[in-house]
Design a binder for this molecule. Sequence first.
Ligand SMILES: Cc1cc2nc3c(=O)[nH]c(=O)nc-3n(C[C@H](O)[C@H](O)[C@H](O)COP(=O)(O)OP(=O)(O)OC[C@H]3O[C@@H](n4cnc5c(N)ncnc54)[C@H](O)[C@@H]3O)c2cc1C
Length: 492
Amino acid sequence: MTRTIKTEHFDVLIVGAGISGVGAAYHLKDQCPDQNFVVLEGMESFGGTWLMHTYPGIRSDSDLYTFGYRFKPWTGTPIATADEILTYMGEVIDENGLDQHIRYQHHIDSAKWCSKNKIWTLEGMRKDTGDAVRFTGKFLWMCQGYYKHAQGYTPAWKDLDKFKGKVVHPQTWPDDLDYKDKHVIMIGSGATTATLAPAIAADCSHVTVLQRSPTYFIPGRNENELVDKLRMLGIDEKWIHEIARREILHLQNHFTRRSFEEPEAVKEELLAGVVKYLGPDYDIETHFTPKYRPWRQRIAFVPDGDLFEGINSGKASMVTDEIERFTEKGILLKSGKELEADIIITATGFNLSVLGEINFSIDDEPLDFAETVTYRGMMFTGVPNMVWIFGYFRASWTLRVDLIGDFVCRLLNHMKDKGLKAVVPKLRPEDKDMPLLPWMDPENFNPGYLMRSMHLLPRRGDKPEWQHTQDYWVEKDELPKIDLDDPIFVYK
Ligand SMILES: Cc1cc2nc3c(=O)[nH]c(=O)nc-3n(C[C@H](O)[C@H](O)[C@H](O)COP(=O)(O)OP(=O)(O)OC[C@H]3O[C@@H](n4cnc5c(N)ncnc54)[C@H](O)[C@@H]3O)c2cc1C
């Protein structure tokens, strides 16, 4: 017997209730009060990244003045734990009545656009009941993040299965993992390692951080002097939030520009920050001097230098080498040295997810995003009535959530005012001979998960309107000025 699936209709369908989806819902409610919408979230609650990652010490590496929304003051320390971020997001949901719009445990598998009816149909399954679900909507706002949530990336190391101890990926951290007095090897050198190693080092017998190549770190105190002073003066939290944001963004802009214009000087400054903690005798050259220019990969902030304190205390140590193969007791390195461990933590990153692993089709034709060209990293040629939030790497992700929120609401209001039902970005005659390049210039930004899967992502052109420039400081002025009557937008 075939069960009929109830179809629910909304003006806007949002996929994902992470920091992007909750921000999208807020902006819709605030700027388009007459659009009804639903947020479809596969997990049991909101938060996305901050709900899913539960490894010890999980925290932001951005300051929360800019990782928080522009409309809701952040009142805690600049770097926040996942729990603090979830509390903040929960307040945004409560204070704005967003809960009634969110459907948890709703995993979406397919998205179909019908040109005749100008409607998206999303189908999926309720994870709690197993029931099939179907939603239709005029506009689709994809807020599903950028990496596969089910499983992190683990390279295919030789003889991994021979290791007799436990292998754990931070993305799927077992609640009952007992690391007390254990020898731990942590593979990887990014933000996760910088967070996790100091969080567990005191309890472990020893943590060895094994990295193939070093990463840049910015050690600093987890406080903001300007904020503390303004608060002491009794300034309103809304003002403090805005002033702190402006100051941080001003300083980050300066830093980012300098890392392009004078990379050597910036590199020396970053390394000097590490020397300050580890002392002149530590082998900074081997373990903390990356081969790449600053900002080609995210630079991890180390609050209060805790990673370096762990090294100074003797509880953590760095090994920069390559893995030859796993052994029963641990890892044999290319140098011939063998590292022994009870637990090996693979902080080796993500698997990129292209649009939430949802099967997309346009008028029953399967959609391959790699064949589309991106309009400003948020819309795609040939894909009507859809926007994706892909944030910034060199600045907080959420800055773009607010900017794209304004853009989508302006676009929806424009279409409503003019009685337009569909919009799709299209290359103009002057774009005909434009070179089509991979989503991101590897010279600009090249983390492993992007490099491994770039071929799956939409392409970019060589003009700012046909790429995600990753430049908040330009976009903050340009996105609000986008002319919605530009021939790039084809309306129906
Ligand atoms: C450990 C860690 C620390 C980070 N720290 C920072 C930081 O300090 N600063 C910064 O700017 N960035 C940071 N990032 C990047 C971070 O992922 C983004 O900043 C941001 O949280 C992404 O939010 P999002 O809502 O776009 O995506 P996510 O947080 O990934 O949320 C997407 C949501 O969509 C849901 N979803 C996906 N597919 C489907 C589907 N098919 N059906 C239904 N629901 C679906 C998921 O369940 C999830 O809840 C960090 C990332 C990690 C992993």
